[in-house]
Design a protein around this ligand. Sequence first.
Ligand SMILES: [Zn+2]
Length: 199
Amino acid sequence: MIWDRVFELAWESLRAQSYPVGAVLVDPAGEITHSGRNRAAEQSAPPGRLFGTTIAHAELDVLGQLPQAEYDGHTLYSSLQPCLMCLTALRLVGISQVVHAGADPLWNATDDVPAVLPELIAGQWPRRTGPADGFAGSWGSLLPAMWLVAYDPESAAEPSDLMPWATIERARRCVAGGVLECASAKEAYQLAASLSRSD
Ligand SMILES: [Zn+2]
């Protein structure tokens, strides 16, 4: 299951205090060929992979592993809406589809970017699909909210246009309820679901 793997990766990031985003590349046969995750807050990584920098994004972690080749029919799946840097990297690598779980309205305007680019770049700008419905969409958005509550409480203290207040409040209940101590993503979302049911 693609989203299960994506969220396992995002969970590893969150447990390491990095921003919780995971990503995988899926080939035209539907197989996961490469996986990556955010390591912005970490002191190490597998050889050749980014860590300890704010640009250590999950999508870039996947793309940085790829040899120069044709990637027709490949799709990058991310647990969160990709940023402009990662969309540009997708375009440069030649991957034309990205599917994301959670929403990140900070980057909604990237849909307008092709309009200001030359046709050479704009013509193959990656098509973004998301946020996902149901579990994947809500979990993909909840993870960054949990990170904010746990590691940037000042930003989580006030409502903003970038994250629905209901998501922040749910994240607060999850953090208070010990969700961050769960070793696996599966355990985490079971506990998060039981905390939501007891509201
Ligand atoms: Zn990015």
